[in-house]
Design a protein around this ligand. Structure first.
Ligand code: ATP
Length: 308
C-alpha cells in the first residue's frame, strides 16, 4: 500500500526550542493513524507541517509523493484540515461557511451549494443550515468544521484533537462519521488526548514525547509490547502504601507504576495478583482489577502522568 505521508528526520525549531527532534514515520493510504503525546509533545507542529501551515526546518516530508517545504497548492487541495481551534467565520451562517470554503477550492457556486447540502446532511446539521455560527454549541461547531474539511472531497483528512470538549454523544457521532470516511478509503491522521478515541478509531498510533517518537504500533500491539495484560489500580494515598510493595510485586513477576493519584500494579495473571493484595497490606476495597489499556501504555512511556 502506498504511503500518503512520509517523514524522514523531521525537525522544527522555535527560537531556542527544538519542538521536533528528527522524527520519522510513514502514513499508509486508507489508514487511520493517531498521534498521542502530552501537551507540547510536537503533535500539532507535525500536523501543521503536513497540511502546509508550518515550514519544514529540517529533514524531508512528502505528502502524496511530493516533497514539501511548504505544501504546494495542488497537494493542499487533496487535504482536509480540522484544526485544533474552531476557526469558523462567526459573521456567516452555517451554509455560508461551507460555500465560502468551497470557493477557496475553486468550486462554482452551484457545485459548492450542492456539496454543502450533502455535507450538512452527512454531519446531521441540516436543521442548522441558516443558523449563525455563534448560535451553535461546541459540538455542532466541531461537526461544521469537519464538514468544511470535506468540501473538496479530500483523500487525506488531518484532524487536530477532533473531539476535545465534546460530550459523549457528540464524540460518538464524530467517531461514526470518521469511520464512514475510512470505509470510503480516506486516509485519516489525528491527534488526541483521549485514549478511548485512539483505541476506537486508530489502526496505528505514534506516541510522541518532547519532539520525538517513543513508540509505534496498533493499540493492541502497544499494550502487548509495553505493559502486562492486567492492571490493579491502588487508589490509596501514596503515604499509606505499604513499604517494600514494589519489590514484592516484582518478586511475583509484576510491575508497579506510580501515578499522581496512586499506584498501578501490573501482572500477567490478574486474579493471582488480586489474591495477594491482602497479604501485602492493601485493602481490596481501595483496589480495582481491570485489563491493561492504552492509558497504561501512555502513562508508562511518557512519564507517570504528571503535567509537563
Ligand atoms: N508558533 C510557535 N512559536 C513558538 N513555540 C511554539 C509554536 N508552536 C508550538 N510551539 C511550541 O512547540 C512545542 C510543541 O508544540 P505543539 O503545539 O506541536 O505540541 P502538541 O503536542 O500539539 O501539544 P497540545 O497537545 O497542547 O496541542 C511546545 O513547547 C509549544 O509551546
Amino acid at each position: 500500500m502506498a504511503n500518503v505521508v512520509t517523514a524522514e528526520n523531521l525537525g522544527k525549531t522555535y527560537g531556542e526550542l527544538r519542538a521536533l527532534k528528527g522524527v520519522s514515520f510513514a502514513i499508509r493510504e486508507g489508514e487511520c493513524c493517531g498521534f498521542l503525546g502530552h501537551n507540547g509533545a510536537g503533535k500539532s507542529t507535525t500536523m501543521r507541517m503536513i497540511y502546509g501551515l508550518s515550514t519544514v526546518d529540517e529533514g524531508r516530508l512528502t505528502v502524496f509523493g511530493r516533497p514539501v517545504r511548504l505544501t504546494p497548492p495542488d497537494i493542499k487541495s487533496l487535504i482536509g484540515v480540522v484544526p485544533q481551534e474552531d476557526n469558523l467565520d462567526p459573521d456567516l451562517s452555517v451554509v455560508e461557511n461551507l460555500m465560502v470554503y468551497g470557493g477557496l477550492f475553486g468550486l462554482r457556486r452551484r457545485e459548492a451549494a450542492d456539496r454543502a447540502r450533502e455535507l450538512l446532511a452527512f454531519m446531521g446539521l441540516e436543521d442548522k443550515t441558516n443558523a449563525r455560527v455563534e448560535e451553535l454549541s461546541g459540538g455542532l461547531k466541531r461537526r461544521l468544521v469537519i464538514a468544511r474539511a470535506l468540501i473538496n472531497r479530500p483523500r487525506l483528512v488531518v484532524l487536530d484533537e477532533p473531539t476535545t470538549g465534546l460530550d459523549p454523544q457528540a464524540r460518538h457521532l464524530v467517531w461514526q462519521k470518521l469511520r464512514t470516511l475510512k470505509t470510503e478509503g480516506v486516509t485519516l491522521i489525528l491527534t488526541t488526548h483521549y485514549m478511548e478515541e485512539a483505541t476506537q478509531l486508530c489502526d496505528r498510533l505514534l506516541v510522541m514525547h518532547e519532539g520525538t517518537i517513543l513508540a509505534e504500533g496498533s493499540p493492541r500491539q502497544l499494550i502487548e509490547r509495553h505493559t502486562l495484560p492486567w492492571a490493579i489500580e491502588v487508589l490509596v494515598p501514596l503515604e499509606q502504601v505499604p513499604a517494600g510493595l514494589a519489590d514484592k510485586v516484582a518478586a511475583a513477576g509484576g510491575e508497579v507504576l506510580q501515578v499522581v493519584d496512586g499506584l498501578f500494579l501490573y501482572a500477567a495473571d490478574g486474579e493471582e495478583l488480586w489474591g495477594r493484595l491482602g497479604g501485602w497490606g492493601l485493602p481490596p476495597h481501595a483496589c480495582l482489577l481491570r485489563p491493561a489499556n492504552l492509558e497504561d501504555v501512555f502513562l508508562k512511556l511518557t512519564g507517570k502522568g504528571e503535567d509537563d
